[in-house]
Design a protein around this ligand. Structure first.
Ligand SMILES: Nc1ncnc2c1ncn2[C@@H]1O[C@H](COP(=O)(O)OP(=O)(O)O)[C@@H](O)[C@H]1O
Ligand SMILES: CC(=O)N[C@@H](CCC(=O)OP(=O)(O)O)C(=O)O
Length: 267
């Protein structure tokens, strides 16, 4: 398989907070992009659905710094939810709009290899990415399908890992050398309060992000997004854009350079 850079490639992360709320027009926009030769790669989350399924089984969810405490029992539910129902629901929605998609998790073909995170004594089977097999992603794109990736990793011994979806998306973007990553979530970008009013920041630098985390203006689920963004923009990814998936034609507008959401840039 060729390892040349793919023109018009972009990685998109779809958050669990917004998946169910994404309008049909979002998938129509995606299909039109695919039809015009753009090559989207999707990495998705599904945190709320995992917590919902765990609750049905009487298992309480707990998080340490945004990472789910993941026992083997929890991991079964994580994999079932992410690689199963959520992954297939996205594939069906893309196909329903006339696009072509192929769903897989990081386990398939050893797509995402992982090792335990540094604080695995606290969070259990949570992984950080060691490698993403870019040739699998490029091969699926070359066949004309949108890869839809669930963030489960695996190691050489066959152990599974639960990987935060923002982290996984950033790693996929780096390894496939995507020029950009679009993070689709349930808020219109990174917001801060100025004169008692919440405003969306059009662009932020790495230094500004550190300040916003330190001041508490970036918190919770936004932290793994900005951390993943800061990690991947050190390499081939030149910008990460955080946008609301309910914004009409959000993907094509961002890709055509419209100032929408928050752009995270290097300096
Ligand atoms: N500065 C900020 N601007 C916007 N949202 C923020 C900010 N800090 C924290 N958040 C929170 O981050 C959430 C998005 O993260 P999360 O719920 O994990 O979404 P996803 O499922 O898309 O990954 C927002 O709904 C909001 O509550
Ligand atoms: C380790 C860890 O926390 N993994 C996440 C994976 C899903 C995810 O990240 O989903 P969102 O993008 O919807 O938040 C979890 O178990 O919830």
């Amino acid at each position: 398989m060729t390892d040349q850079k793919i023109e018009k490639l972009f990685v998109m992360k779809c958050g669990g907070s917004t998946l169910a709320a994404l309008p049909d027009s979002f998938f129509e926009d995606l299909r039109e992009l695919q039809g015009s030769g753009v090559q989207p790669v999707i990495v998705h989350g599904g945190g709320p659905a995992i917590s919902g399924n765990l609750a049905k089984l009487g298992i309480e969810s707990s998080f340490v710094n945004g990472l789910r405490v993941t026992t083997e029992e929890v991991l079964d539910v994580v994999e079932m939810t992410l690689a199963g129902s959520i992954n297939k629901a996205i594939v069906r929605r893309i196909q329903g709009s006339g696009g072509q998609a192929l769903g897989l998790s990081g386990v398939d073909g050893n797509l995402i290899t992982a090792r335990p995170v540094a604080n695995s004594d606290e969070v259990g089977q949570v992984g950080e990415v060691t490698e993403v097999k870019a040739e699998i992603v490029k091969g699926i794109l070359a066949l004309g399908y949108i890869p839809v990736i669930a963030p489960i990793g695996v190691d050489a011994g066959g152990q599974r890992y639960n990987i935060n979806a923002d982290t996984a998306a950033g790693a996929v973007a780096s390894f496939v050398e995507s020029p950009s990553m679009i993070v689709v979530t349930d808020v219109p970008g990174i917001m801060r309060t100025i004169d008692d009013e919440k405003v969306v920041l059009p662009s932020v630098t790495v230094t500004e992000i550190e300040e916003l985390i330190a001041s508490g203006e970036i918190y919770g689920g936004m932290i793994p997004k900005v951390r993943a963004a800061m990690d991947c923009i050190q390499g081939s990814v030149s910008e990460v854009v955080i946008v609301d998936g309910k914004e009409p034609q959000v993907l094509s507008r961002v890709l055509s350079g419209e100032k929408l959401g928050t752009r995270i840039i290097r300096s």
